[in-house]
Design a protein around this ligand. Structure first.
Ligand code: PNS
Length: 163
């Protein structure tokens, strides 16, 4: 039984995140989507941890071997707790590389029994990020197709009406 962790802040989950999770679910027996509390990230997340877990749960409801849970610890400690041996991250443009490389190195140093595996984003989602989605939605632009439909509705609720 191979179990992988797909960690992130998911503020909110995008179609790019979902694509990586779906592809990880084809490779591993079980995938745990780990939603980080990340209270300090970029002035604090837009959505509460409960909302982000809820959105991620709805977005992945169609994938039988995926579960979603919040965490507020070191990722390697969560990996040990849930018996996951692999951390799966999506890799987009080259700009992601340095940060992801640093996290992978640090996680390996903290626990060399946990491997980091990168799945390369498809070109359609290469420049998609939660921050870009929030910026577009915040200015009234449409993010339809860039996020699951129910996430789009929550963004409109939170940030105002779409033009
Ligand atoms: O969505 P993000 O910002 O790429 O997610 C980053 C996340 C949550 C995976 C990362 O910040 C993380 O693993 N946080 C938990 C704390 C930790 O383990 N830090 C040590 C490795 S850098």
């Amino acid at each position: 039984m191979k179990r992988a962790l797909c960690p992130g802040t998911f503020d909110p989950m995008t179609s790019g995140h979902l694509d990586i999770i779906e592809r990880a679910a084809c490779i591993f027996d079980e995938v745990v989507v780990a939603v980080a509390a990340s209270p300090d990230k970029g002035g604090g997340p837009l959505f509460s941890i409960e909302d982000r877990v809820d959105m991620a749960t709805q977005a992945t409801a169609h994938i039988a071997n995926v579960t979603v849970r919040p965490f507020d610890s070191l990722l390697v400690d969560l990996a040990r707790e849930v018996h996951a041996t692999v951390i799966v991250k999506g890799l987009r443009a080259v700009t992601d590389f340095e940060r992801e490389f640093q996290m992978a190195q640090l996680n390996y140093r903290l626990d060399d029994a946990v491997e980091t595996l990168f799945i390369v984003s498809i070109p359609e989602y290469m420049y998609l990020s939660s921050s870009a989605v929030k910026q577009i939605a915040g200015h009234g632009g449409s993010v339809s197709g860039l996020v699951p439909a129910h996430v789009n509705e929550r963004l409109i609720e939170r940030l105002g009406k779409r033009r």
